[in-house]
Design a protein around this ligand. Structure first.
Ligand SMILES: Cc1ncc(COP(=O)(O)O)c(C=O)c1O
Length: 352
């Protein structure tokens, strides 16, 4: 039988990041920007209590978690939608606000899921290129917002460059997009590390949507939980598209537990951003290794023979991620973990 999938799907490739075998890798995983230490004992205790509660047969409930997220984010509960990872939030934004043939702006290079979700719908993609120094191409993005544009994506800070956009630039983009009735979507997956947020603009602009995740600083990547923030109207629309039980109860319980322990979150962020990252940056500088100015828990650096280096680092016990695309061919992305972990990374890098 001929392939019956939609034509645009047939033309696509699946997004298959190199995940397999990582859990058995004997070494340090610095390739997916995850937290590099497990969640606290209290999170694990709450998960065990759930398992022992004889409630696994019940459908999950979300109200308490949405309330906690609203408090954490400083918005109202009806401005929050939890999702199965922020990846699901991305998908819901594209499905709720764009149709086949609509113009969508995704500054590039950026996170693969944006392109994937856009191609599933069959949007017309505009991809203004990031500036040479990795800074966000604000002027190009503002110029590209015209009639027919339905959605503009801002990844802040950007994966894979780690570079951030200032709030004033975001506001300019949101204002221009509003004139053309386009949505601006800001991905804040690394907000906890970067601290820049567009949340303060949510009540001012009805065309702004933010996604965040528990996969990075909070350390719950395997459980798949994230959330979106927007006006209550936008949230109500996207909730029509999301399934009623898409997030599982272990994820909900763990997310509540990490929100109850912001002290350990802050300790980790402080160690990564104020101690370990400056140490790696210093090492790169001393060795004339160019890197982008990152506001997240990872650094993208440039090397000759980058694929060889990634392999060498793997053999020395460190997984890193080779990145390619316009502007970033021959770069490697490394997740920043604790000071001890990064000292070991630096030592092995010297041997690579
Ligand atoms: C910029 C960005 N957005 C979203 C995600 C997806 O995160 P998750 O689906 O685990 O919440 C990632 C993960 O790497 C990311 O880098």
């Amino acid at each position: 039988m001929r392939n019956l999938a939609n034509k645009n799907i047939q033309k696509m490739k699946s997004y298959s990041p190199p995940l397999e075998g990582r859990r058995n890798f004997e070494g340090r995983l610095l390739d997916f920007n995850e937290k590099t230490v497990p969640p606290s004992k209290n999170v694990l205790k709450k998960l065990r209590e759930l398992i022992d509660s004889d409630q696994i047969q019940l459908y999950p409930e979300y109200d308490d978690l949405c309330g906690k997220i609203a408090t954490y984010s400083g918005v109202k509960k009806d401005q929050i939608m939890i999702t199965n990872g922020s990846d699901q939030g991305i998908d819901l934004i594209f499905r709720t606000y764009t149709e086949k043939g609509d113009k969508v702006i995704i500054p590039s290079p950026s996170f693969a899921m944006f392109y994937q979700c856009s191609r599933v719908i069959g949007n017309k993609l505009g991809m203004p290129v990031y500036n040479e120094d990795g800074s966000f191409p604000t002027d190009k993005v503002i110029k590209s917002i015209k009639t027919g544009v339905r959605l503009v994506v801002i990844c802040n800070p950007n994966n894979p460059t780690g570079t951030a956009v200032e709030l004033e630039d975001i506001e300019e983009i949101v204002k221009k997009a509003l004139r053309f009735s386009a949505i601006v979507y800001v991905d804040e997956a690394y907000f906890e590390f970067c601290k820049i947020t567009a949340i303060g603009l949510i009540d001012k602009y009805p065309n702004l949507i933010i996604t965040r995740t528990f996969s990075k600083a909070f350390g719950l990547a395997s459980l798949r939980i994230g959330y979106s923030i927007s006006s209550s109207t936008n949230i109500a629309e996207m909730l029509k598209v999301r399934g009623p039980y898409d997030m599982n109860m272990p994820a909900v319980v763990a997310a509540q537990a990490v929100l109850d322990d912001l002290e350990s979150l802050n300790e980790y962020i402080n160690e990564v951003m104020n101690k370990a990252k400056p140490m790696v940056e210093e090492f790169f500088r001393k060795n004339n290794i160019e890197f982008y100015p990152s506001r997240a828990n990872f650094l993208l650096f440039k090397m000759q023979k980058s694929s060889l280096l990634v392999e060498k680092l793997r053999s020395l016990g460190f997984l890193t991620r080779l990145r390619e695309g316009k502007r970033i061919d021959g770069t490697i992305r490394v997740t920043i973990g604790t000071v001890n972990q990064m000292k070991k990374f630096i030592n092995q890098f010297k041997n690579a």
